[in-house]
Design a protein around this ligand. Structure first.
Ligand code: OFO
Length: 167
């Protein structure tokens, strides 16, 4: 049972964060498609699905432990970007924010001696590490190739390969 209501609320807050991430990446994927970055679009639609899976993971965890995973009202998001690099800069910033949220959740669970939740959250800590490193890598490549049409074309193809599991 999740006895501590504060932990239950913190997990519900994280459900909102994951749902927001999923919508944010879907909006970005749509922008990429509309602007001719089809590889980046495929990649971000996939990321959006992953974030939804993260959300479901927490929903199931809360309910399986006798809590009630409710959904929250979502924040507005931007639909417009100037460049592909701006999209990925915003993603990295967003993931850094999520990492802080996950770390706080872990700390709260430990303070409350809710070791089951702390163990559950460890998966997300590892996931954040991987995601931050992947997005940093993509950004580094983008910065290296600059904003030349050839460079942008190459990175878009790379993202298409990653989305297809060949990257
Ligand atoms: Fe849910 O993995 Fe990052 O945000």
């Amino acid at each position: 049972m999740i006895k501590n209501k504060k932990i239950e609320q913190a997990l519900i807050g994280q459900i909102k964060n994951e749902e927001h991430s999923s919508r944010l990446y879907m909006a970005m994927a749509s922008w990429c498609h509309a602007n001719g970055f089809h590889g980046a679009s495929k990649y971000l639609f996939k990321q959006s699905d992953e974030e939804r899976a993260h959300m479901l993971k927490i929903v199931n965890y809360v309910n399986e432990r006798g809590g009630h995973a409710t959904l929250s009202e979502l924040d507005n998001l931007t639909d417009n970007y100037k460049t592909l690099i701006e999209v990925f800069e915003k993603i990295l910033k967003h993931e850094e924010f999520i990492t802080t949220e996950i770390n706080n959740l872990y700390e709260e669970s430990m303070k409350s001696k809710d070791y089951a939740t702390a163990t559950f959250i460890q998966w997300f800590i590892t996931e954040q590490l991987e995601e931050e490193s992947t997005f940093q890598d993509i950004l580094d490549k983008m910065r290296m190739t600059g904003s030349t049409p050839g460079g942008v074309y190459w990175i878009d193809r790379e993202l298409a390969m990653i989305a297809a599991g060949r990257g």
